[in-house]
Write a protein that binds this ligand. Structure first.
Ligand code: PAF
Length: 287
């Protein structure tokens, strides 16, 4: 009979640590896959990669209040813990850590990880404090779990760059692995927030990926960077997006402005379609 893992769920740090220490005594390697739940095929793809890379996989579900602004969707953020549990179980994940807010930030909690310049551009310029909240919870999850590797989706590319910087700066001995974005058949990046789209918006939403790809290809072919970015911006508005927070070509490693197509680059955007704020990014193809 094939081996199937049994998913254990814990809500407190003590129980998490006990389980992990037992695995460490058995010499097992550990992967951490942090999520905010409302899992979709993209999350499960991350879990499957983690299962190939480590002996034991710890998924976390925590809708982190510290990374939502006062006018953002913390309350509305989809929560589907039972479905999530079943999906993680079917994928073969070994441990789910799903703390509540009081377990993560108990009475008296008073420490925040502050992200420097990387945290105040692009997403950070639109969502002040977001990356400090994200970095705080990711640092805590890494300290609580002490994994060998931690996996993050490339859809949140700036988040991935910040976390890679964070583990270097804070000497956290974890390998940060980026996992390629999983897309729907029409190219839309999978996201828990896609649930906010109406049927009509859902059809229009695929334009984001198409426009990003067009901009990336035009730049790769030698097109003027500023003009390509401007054309992408206009194409999004024409496709029905009501507001473009940013569409930019940046260096892949530091997110500094891209000045030549020969540099490894990325085109990143965030734009509103109805009440959904969609973000996505693509690499600039290299010759
Ligand atoms: O990408 C996410 O879902 C969140 O930002 C993360 C990394 C789980 C931290 O809350």
């Amino acid at each position: 009979m094939p081996y199937t893992s049994i998913l254990i769920a814990v809500r407190d740090v003590e129980s998490l640590r006990r389980r992990i220490q037992a695995w460490r005594r058995e010499g097992k390697s550990i992967a951490l896959v942090p999520t905010m739940g409302a899992l979709h095929a993209g999350h499960i793809a991350n879990m499957k990669i983690a299962l190939k890379m480590a002996d034991r996989v710890v998924a976390t579900i925590f809708v982190n209040p510290k990374q939502f602004g006062p006018k953002e969707d913390f309350e509305a953020y989809p929560r589907r813990e039972q479905d999530d549990f079943e999906m993680l179980s079917a994928a073969g994940v070994h441990l789910l850590f799903a703390p509540d807010v009081a377990a993560m930030y108990p009475q008296g909690y008073d420490t925040t990880v502050h992200v420097g310049a990387l945290g105040s551009i692009l997403e950070g310029a639109e969502r002040p404090g977001h990356f400090d909240g994200m970095a705080t919870v990711v640092t805590k999850l890494m300290q609580q779990t002490q994994p060998d590797i931690a996996l993050f989706g490339e859809k949140d590319y700036q988040q991935f760059v910040i976390i890679r910087r964070l583990v270097t700066d804070l000497n956290i001995p974890v390998d940060v692995i980026d996992v390629p974005t999983v897309r729907e058949a029409d190219g839309l990046a999978m996201s828990s927030r896609n649930a906010y789209l109406t049927a009509e918006e859902r059809v229009r939403a695929s334009a984001l990926y198409k426009v990003l790809k067009e901009v990336a290809i035009t730049i790769a072919k030698g097109g003027d960077i500023a003009a390509s970015v401007k054309a992408g911006h206009e194409a999004l508005l024409k496709a029905g997006f009501s507001k473009v927070d940013y569409l930019e070509a940046r260096l892949a490693d530091t997110l500094a402005p891209l000045t030549a197509a020969t540099q490894p680059g990325r085109v990143l955007a965030a734009a509103y379609l109805g009440r959904a704020r969609l973000i996505d990014n693509v690499p600039i193809p290299q010759a």
